[in-house]
Write a protein that binds this ligand. Structure first.
Ligand SMILES: *Cc1c(COP(=O)(O)O)cnc(C)c1O
Length: 456
């Protein structure tokens, strides 16, 4: 049997994160103040973020040292395995080699602890005692709960009310790691109380939960806020994925022709791709593909513009592909991909033509996930199914052309808390949604103004 699992040791965990900003031909446009439209400075961010992360957010240093205390915690599960999906290849009858970087082996079951651990560390170092955050389906909340527990920080998670009731086991995980998790909107914040007064029956939204978490952080001296995707420093923390991949590809004596990641806010894909982007820009790197749902087609149908990071216009403006902050995606099961915007660095790469984007319907992604589970054995997260679908499509193209390409995708998480969604798929109760152009145009009409021009 040929080796098909490429395993590194904790000593192989990178000593520095790679910062793509150093290699981009233009600076990443700055975040802007939601009220004035002017670039935000460190003073604007200091009430809710520690200085170290504020510096990383605007850094153009190519390498940012990973503190030993962070590497030690990452070593609880890292390096993550690189696996060649030989059973999937066999089933497809493709000459392509398909590999997946398995980020589902983390304690919370996804790539998110890679940044959660780093963020908890820097907050602890800054003397912060407590972190407030929001979570939708619960992946981020549980990752941060785990990380805060490692560094003896208190953690409060405002979880979108509908998910709080639909996904009780994510909440159980947060409690297990010592975090407090409450349904949002809550009566604990002014933002929450105002919404409940107007609409006591509301099921909540990510935008509302963000408002509550930010208010909590801004009004408590000992408390900061943490975000699980989109920001530059989050993408940078995720580059341990691609840096490990390079070593593992060398072990496999192979090199990627195509790199694929699913994209919600863009961070897991950024982690996989960013260390390869310079090669691609220089004309000798892999094809880079972002995969998103047709129901939330930020890169494929959105606009490159300044927009609010949240849904209600309280968070800073970011220069990114967006469907408009008021865009409400239909109820697809890939909760982590239902974000109206995209990381500014990822957005720039797409604008530059370095990063391709593809969109798939929900049912075809679940079909791919079920095939993966029935060949490789692991049940993928609904978000991850998007990357798998794309990898399968590319592998089948190779079957037609006879090309033996090397395809690598990021296995961003497992689906053990998403089995109700699989039940629905198997019972043929899942739906595909056609997204009318008018809906996108309606929310794009509400884009705010910034005082910084969008680069062309
Ligand atoms: C949160 C999440 C995503 C989407 O977030 P990105 O920032 O785009 O990576 C994808 N997959 C899983 C499993 C997630 O939990």
């Amino acid at each position: 049997m040929e080796n098909h699992r490429f395993i590194l040791q904790p000593s192989d965990i990178p000593h520095a994160w790679y910062n793509l900003a150093a290699d981009l031909p233009q600076p990443i446009p700055p975040h802007c103040h939601p009220a004035t439209g002017d670039p935000v400075g460190p003073d604007d961010m200091r009430p809710i973020f520690p200085d170290a992360l504020i510096m990383q957010e605007v850094s153009t240093e190519k390498w940012i040292e990973i503190p030993d205390a962070v590497r030690e915690k990452l070593a609880i599960w890292r390096p993550a395995p690189l696996v060649r999906a030989v059973q999937l290849e066999k089933h497809l009858g493709t000459p392509a080699r398909i590999y997946y970087k398995n980020e589902s082996v983390s304690p919370a079951g996804s790539h998110k602890p890679n940044t959660a651990v780093a963020q908890a560390y820097y907050n602890k170092e800054a003397g912060i005692e407590r972190i407030a955050t929001e979570t939708g389906a619960g992946q981020w909340g549980s990752s941060l709960a785990f990380a805060c527990d490692l560094f003896d920080l208190q953690c409060k998670v405002y979880m979108v009310k509908v998910s709080y009731h639909q996904k009780p086991y994510r909440r159980s995980l947060m409690n297990l790691w010592g975090a407090e998790c409450i349904p949002s909107p809550s009566t604990d914040t002014q933002a929450g109380r105002a919404i409940l007064e107007k609409n006591p029956e509301t099921t909540g939204s990510l935008g509302i939960s963000i408002s509550e978490a930010v208010e909590d952080a801004a009004t408590h001296d000992n408390t900061n806020y943490a975000l699980g995707s989109v920001l530059n420093h989050v993408c940078t923390h995720q580059t341990v994925i691609g840096l490990e991949l390079k070593k593992q590809m060398a072990l496999a004596e192979d090199a990627p022709d195509i790199l694929i990641g699913c994209a919600g806010g863009g961070s897991n894909m950024a982690g996989l791709l960013f260390p390869y982007v310079k090669d691609t820009m220089d004309g000798h790197g892999p094809r880079l593909i972002a995969v998103e749902p047709t129901a939330c087609p930020t890169l494929t149908r959105g606009k490159y513009a300044y927009d609010f990071g949240d849904c209600i216009g309280m968070a800073p403006l970011a220069c990114m592909y967006t469907l408009g902050h008021s865009f409400v995606p239909s109820g697809i099961h890939a909760g982590g991909l239902r974000y109206h915007g995209m990381a500014p660095a990822v957005s720039m790469l797409h604008k530059m033509g370095v990063l391709e984007a593809q969109a798939f319907h929900q049912k075809e992604t679940f079909e791919a996930g079920v095939l993966f589970a029935r060949t490789e054995g692991i049940c993928p997260a609904p978000e991850t199914n998007h990357a798998i679908r794309c990898a399968i499509v590319e592998a089948l193209k190779c079957k037609e052309t006879g090309e033996a390409k090397c395809i690598v995708f990021n296995f961003s998480g497992h689906g053990h808390f998403d089995l109700l969604s699989y039940d629905k798929y198997l019972a043929e109760e899942l739906e595909d949604y056609e997204l009318p152009q008018e809906w996108i145009e309606r929310s794009l009409a509400e884009l705010p103004k910034s005082n910084i021009p969008v680069p062309v």
